[in-house]
Design a binder for this molecule. Sequence first.
Ligand code: ADE
Length: 236
Amino acid sequence: MSLRIDILTLFPELFGPFLGTSIPKRAAQKGLVDYHLTNIRDFATDAHRSVDDKPFGGGPGMVMICSTVIEAVEAVQKQDDRPARRILLTPQGRVLDQSTADALATADRLMLIAGHYEGFDQRIIEALDPLELSIGDYVLSGGELAAMVVIDAVVRLLPGALGAEDGAADESFAGGLLEHPQYTRPRDYRGMSVPPVLLSGDHAEIQKWKQRQRMERTQARRPDLWRKYLDEKNNG
Ligand code: ADE
């Protein structure tokens, strides 16, 4: 069965071009995934269709109202029998990485909840017990871009989503290392030439060169990933 992705947002119109382009579009056309957009504002209950209000205790900005979000999630859950893995996009969450994307790609239903404004009433988190995910240590004006990042990272991992069968196997973070440098035509450009080993046809030497490059790059650019790689290697 295909992966169902529900997206709850105040700005569903932001998702159209993204879901209708490139890999996310092709994955849906191939029947690997289907997307369902819900406008959280449809679940507002007052005359003004408010979705946010001033924080109790004072402070800047506005807070998403708990009843609106919780009732939107409950209604969307009922649209399909499969229980959804609920994901709330927030800078307070665990930072998305490749292993989280790998795990999410094995689910059969994901529900992404994108808020705007300063944040969510804490009772939303209490009631829904979502996986809180951040896409990095910076603050966006809403969770929509973060939801698109999660969708892109997950959908491209679905078997058959990428052109080449093993397209995702040797890219950055697969196996805990960054990717090696890549080259394509021409062989020489303004005095810069392609490393001869890549033109040698010696498959074993090429693989060795790629692995060495991946290790050197990771060590130089991402000492945090390098330490993790060494730890995992040494501890089995
Ligand atoms: N909403 C606002 N900033 C965010 C971030 N960095 N990650 C996920 N959701 C967010």
